[in-house]
Design a binder for this molecule. Structure first.
Ligand code: NIG
Ligand code: ZN
Length: 432
């Protein structure tokens, strides 16, 4: 009999589908009631898309095993959707381990930034780096994220702050997108800091008159794919007017608005994002109640970054107030030289303990809602027929072990699968 399907994952103790009615995001009570199939199986076709998910007996009655290229017996294991990391800065040279020591000794993020460190330090090293070296380190970092269960990752530029290096970074992201199995959502973040020697007005003009028009030409020519536009809207970085001008220009080019706001000071970034129809705003440690309400009405997702609040000892984002107001809450690792974390399981753990999210809220934040924040929830973020066959098989009978076992994801994750192909097989056999 000819092979017709790529992969059968059968007999899993739990298949965490997340949602099953084509929802683009989950909010309010829907977040608590995850769709979970006990003793379930998943079928992925040769096109890499999910064909069926359901109770094992039903699936196996309809899809005989001999039709499959590969069968995984997931007895005693769980299946969850591939994790989605909605916020990373993974292209850079030069680490900042020395600044970690400064911060532990009491320096704030902006103290380091104003002293010429922080983003400026990384910009200097990234400008000097050769593209193949940046690609090699990006590949290694994406590999680490993938082994921690991430199958769709947002990747920002933003350590160039001038055309040449911003394009170099976006080209590196594009090469990774074309050559690696992991899915990438690419973000232009040329307004990540005001470059040394320029005013905010000059930096804004450079983005508007030089960088964006050049990017538009590259995108139109098919050389580059860019999905999102980002600005660091913060006191001492880009103010509200500059942020508005840049985000509007990006939106006019067809990019999704997805930016840094209300992190260190209340800037009314949330209200601005809601007004502009932003798909997502990240950080929000300092968002006001009015900002939360505006985002809920506009269906602008909140991308919360627990690693940053933890490392910088910031006030935690008010996840509970956001969830209760009906916001679409997503999570991201914020991997960058300040917050060196590639692990969404660790991010979910921090979100639960420090932000008081429940485990279902954290998993929703790292799947369907993170996919929504990237405009990808029609194809990613849940295990529904027609979506990409991206999933993680866990070496445990209950999916919550992935969050509960602090820092233990290397042992808990057995397989990472993208479009029905096993891209990571952690050949451990653990008993619970
Ligand atoms: N806050 C602005 N940007 C990054 C940090 C980037 C850096 O420090 O290099 C963030 O999301 O945390
Ligand atoms: Zn960031």
């Amino acid at each position: 009999m000819p092979t017709k399907y790529r992969l059968l994952v059968k007999n899993a103790s739990q298949v965490v589908v997340i949602c099953s009615n084509g929802e683009k995001y989950l909010q309010k009570d829907a977040v608590q009631n995850l769709c979970v199939v006990d003793n379930g199986s998943v079928v992925i076709g040769c096109d890499g898309l999910i064909k069926a998910v359901g109770p094992s007996d039903d699936v196996q009655a309809e899809y005989p095993e001999e039709l499959f290229e590969k069968v995984i017996d997931a007895t005693g294991m769980c299946v969850i959707p591939g994790l989605v990391d909605a916020h990373t800065h993974p292209v850079w040279a030069g680490d900042r381990v020395h600044e970690f020591a400064m911060k532990l000794a009491g320096a704030s993020y902006m103290d380091v930034h104003r002293a010429g460190g922080g983003i400026h330090f990384t910009v200097e090293h990234t400008r000097a780096a050769a593209a193949p070296d940046l690609l090699a380190s990006l590949t290694a970092r994406l590999g680490r994220m993938l082994r921690a269960g991430s199958t769709l990752v947002e990747c920002k530029s933003g350590y160039g702050l001038e055309l040449e290096t911003e394009v170099k970074m976006l080209e590196v992201i594009e090469k990774a997108r074309r050559s690696l199995p992991i899915n990438i959502s690419s973000t232009y973040c040329g307004a990540h800091a005001v470059p040394r020697g320029k005013t905010v007005a000059e930096a804004t003009e450079d983005v508007l008159r030089v960088q964006l028009p050049a990017l538009r030409r590259r995108i139109t020519a098919g050389d580059l794919r860019v999905d999102n536009i980002d600005v660091f809207c913060e006191r001492g970085v880009f103010d509200l007017d500059a942020t508005r001008a840049i985000l509007q220009a990006g939106r006019d080019m067809g990019l999704h608005i997805n930016f840094h706001g209300d992190e260190l000071h209340p800037m009314n970034s949330a209200q601005l994002g809601a007004e502009l129809g932003a798909l997502a705003i990240s950080h929000l440690e300092e968002v006001t109640d009015e900002g939360i309400a505006a985002m809920a009405t506009a269906k602008t997702a909140a991308v919360l970054l627990p690693t940053t609040a933890y490392i910088l000892r910031l006030p935690q984002p008010r996840a509970r107030a956001m969830l209760e107001a009906g916001l679409i809450v997503a999570l991201g690792s914020d991997f960058n030289p300040n917050a060196y974390c590639c692990s969404m399981p660790l991010v979910m753990h921090l979100a639960c303990v420090n932000m008081r999210m429940t485990m279902p809220e954290a998993l929703v934040g790292a799947t369907i809602n993170a996919a929504y924040a990237l405009g990808r929830s029609d194809t990613h973020g849940s295990l529904e027929a027609g979506k990409h066959g991206d999933l993680v098989v866990l070496n445990c009978r209950r999916w919550e072990h992935l969050i509960y076992q602090l820092g233990g994801h290397h042992e808990v994750i057995r397989y990472v699968i993208i479009k029905g192909s096993v891209v990571h097989d952690n050949d451990h056999t653990l008993a619970f």
